[in-house]
Design a protein around this ligand. Structure first.
Ligand code: SAM
Ligand code: DTB
Ligand code: SF4
Length: 335
């Protein structure tokens, strides 16, 4: 059942279940709504890296922190298309373009719209994450063929002010409203392991699930600690608490894709397997996220083969996108 009226107590009660009971419920919901052995595969590209004016305390791309990430210009269309072709050849069915902007300038909108048009023409789903959008910008990206817009709530409303000071929670909700109104699909989630409490993790998931529509994709990031950012050195989150977060997200938003997002490189295969059991059914695939590392493709192929997972195929106007990772996994299995 799709609900949008969860109380904080409802969500906390799920978090507080005995671990096995929680996993049992989450897996049942997962299997009722999805093929539990199919995982959606996206590749991420930073089309504009570093130099960001915002102060998100987790982020290596904020200009004000000394993290070693150099500010770069917006990539050229040809360079982006090369990366998209490589991602498609490697087996990704969705290509997500990220920019370290507070919000895009009008001249950037034209350039990124051109990238979206051409990536779409390669036969991939498109996603962009460029900061806050106006209604007009959201419509322009939709007209260019954008499928998804990623804009995260990041954390619970009451913890947000400890992490970001350069914009408000309401700004994020407003951008999500523009994205929905333009007819784009929403990719919206958050980060855990930033020193928030369990009640605040529950608050993030409650807010996501009570949006007017459940985001079609829900990325759950585990904080990647980067030297130079204020959150570097935060006490790491108990891995079982991370699995609980995935499981509760799955129960609250049964039909959404729950993405095991940043932080996978630091996770064991066993932890990832528990997350897939608990309802995660999407990953970023490829050696890099935006500026930090992601597992090697060989490691992911081997993990898929060991767990009998298969990459999800997607229907787009030009037909079904067949992920070559399927062949890679089969070859791995046979070996
Ligand atoms: N600048 C745009 C914005 O913030 O909306 C788009 C790119 S931003 C890097 C996209 C998301 O990446 C953030 O909302 C945050 O959830 C995630 N992120 C950034 N740094 C991270 C880190 N160190 N660990 C985990 N997730 C991170
Ligand atoms: C999301 O929720 N996670 C991705 C994507 N959306 C854009 C970004 C993760 C970034 C991790 C830090 C980095 O590589 O710079
Ligand atoms: Fe900028 Fe986005 Fe990083 Fe915040 S998360 S500092 S807005 S790139």
């Amino acid at each position: 059942m799709i609900r949008h009226d969860y109380s904080r107590a409802d969500v906390q009660a799920l978090f507080d279940l005995p671990f096995n009971d929680l996993l049992d419920r989450a897996h049942a919901v997962h299997a009722a709504h999805h093929d539990p052995n199919a995982v959606q595969v996206s590749t991420l590209l930073s089309i504009k890296t570093g130099g960001c004016p915002e102060d998100c305390a987790y982020c290596p791309q904020a200009a004000r922190y000394h993290t070693g990430v150099e500010a770069e210009k917006l990539m050229s269309l040809d360079a982006v298309l090369d990366k998209a072709r490589q991602a498609k050849a490697a087996g990704a069915t969705r290509f997500c373009m990220g920019a370290a902007w507070r919000s895009p300038k009008d001249r950037d909108v034209e350039k990124v719209a051109g990238m979206i048009r051409e990536v779409k023409a390669l036969g991939m789903e498109t996603c962009a994450t460029l900061g806050m959008l106006t209604q007009d910008q959201a419509h322009r990206f939709k007209a260019a063929g954008l499928d998804y817009y990623n804009h995260n709530l990041d954390t619970a409303p009451e913890f947000y002010g400890e992490i970001i000071h350069t914009r408000e929670y309401q700004d994020r909700l407003d951008t999500l409203g523009c994205v929905r109104d333009a007819g784009l699909k929403t990719c919206c989630g958050g980060i855990v392991g930033m020193g928030e409490s369990r009640a605040q993790r529950a608050g993030l998931l409650q807010t996501l699930a009570n949006l007017p529509e459940h985001p079609q994709s829900v990325p759950i990031n585990r904080l990647v600690q980067v030297e130079g950012t204020p959150l570097n050195g935060t006490a790491p989150l108990d891995p079982f608490e991370f699995v609980r977060t995935i499981a509760v997200a799955r129960i609250l938003m049964p039909a959404s894709m729950v993405r095991l997002s940043a932080g996978r490189a630091e996770m064991s295969d066993e932890l990832q397997a528990l997350c897939f059991f608990a309802g995660a059914n999407s990953i970023f695939y490829g050696e890099k996220l935006l500026t930090t590392g992601n597992p090697d493709t060989e490691r992911d192929q081997a993990l898929f083969a060991r767990l009998g997972l298969v990459p999800m195929q997607v229907e787009i106007e030009s037909g079904t996108v067949h992920a070559d990772i399927v062949e890679d996994c089969r070859a791995n299995e046979a070996a």
